[in-house]
Design a protein around this ligand. Structure first.
Ligand code: FPP
Length: 259
């Protein structure tokens, strides 16, 4: 059996010409990835339970999707739940998965009407069956949309993703589908969960932390990082614009000599 046999097919999608033209002319990053951090501290500062911070964080998710659409960003990837987050206290895990369930049931129709194409990366089989079914139907409903590709990382961990890709690569070689020499960066990238996606141009992390926390380790090889002190629930259009403005100042050389 080929090593990537269990991977579902991802249909080809292109962003509309108008958005691409706008993005190119304004040096807007094609793909923005965000580590949404600081919900707990936001809640603590207000003497609220942590779940209130996560609920406020979900409101900020709505706003950032609107900002991304308005800015002409083609891909937005949000780190909503890491594979390590299962180790949080049981009541917080229940709150977070409950919030996800609510989000999927109540927001997907609106996202669809806005032309958002949804895709989920991560170990979806660790979630309850009803959530897995909702993830699948949200992807199926929105697969034809192209205004914004919204990728939500759920129970995602980059090291686990890379190890799974290594196993798939070994499977391809063992089955004779590929020779060892044919396993190059492009083939390896196609075995990751992010296959078919451009690498992030810009990664934003909120809450003043300066870490990647096991997020998109392979994909961020040449990504520009912007760290902001704002706590995620307070992140809005101004913070998004500020990050995009900072991005436009960066000179990206991808390892080449300065001209
Ligand atoms: C990090 O803050 C945030 C999370 C672990 C969860 C992110 C979830 C949301 C933004 C809301 C749900 C989103 C969707 C798409 C349904 P933290 O709890 O680690 O904050 P702290 O570092 O201040 O404790």
């Amino acid at each position: 059996m080929a090593g990537n046999a269990e991977l579902p097919a991802i249909p080809d999608r292109t962003v509309s010409d108008a958005v691409e033209t706008f993005a190119a002319s304004n040096n807007v990053p094609k793909h923005v990835a965000i580590i949404m951090d600081g919900n707990g501290r936001w809640a603590r500062a207000r003497h609220l339970p942590r779940v209130a911070g996560h609920r406020a964080g979900a409101q900020a998710v709505r706003k950032v999707i609107e900002s991304a659409i308005r800015s002409g960003v083609a891909w937005l990837t949000l780190y909503a739940f890491s594979s390590e987050n299962w180790r949080r206290p049981a009541d917080e895990v229940i709150d977070l998965t409950g919030l996800l369930r609510h989000y999927l049931r109540h927001e997907v129709a609106e996202l669809h009407s806005q032309g958002v194409c949804l895709r989920f990366i991560g170990e979806r089989d660790r979630f309850d069956g009803d959530i897995q079914a909702d993830l699948k139907s949200a992807e199926a409903l929105t697969v034809g949309n192209s205004r914004l590709n919204l990728v939500i990382a759920l129970s995602y961990g980059a090291r686990g993703e890379i190890v799974a890709a290594v196993r798939r690569a070994i499977g391809l070689v063992q089955s004779g589908d590929r020779s060892l020499d044919q396993i190059d960066e492009a083939v390896f990238g196609s075995l990751l969960e992010t296959r078919g996606m451009p690498d992030p141009d810009l990664l934003i992390r909120t809450s003043g932390e300066h870490r990647l926390s096991n997020f998109l380790l392979w994909q961020c090889a040449y990504t520009e990082f912007v760290f902001q002190d704002v706590l995620w629930p307070d992140f809005g259009p101004n913070e998004f614009s500020a990050a995009l403005a900072e991005f436009t100042k960066r000179e990206r050389r991808f390892g080449a000599r300065p001209s």
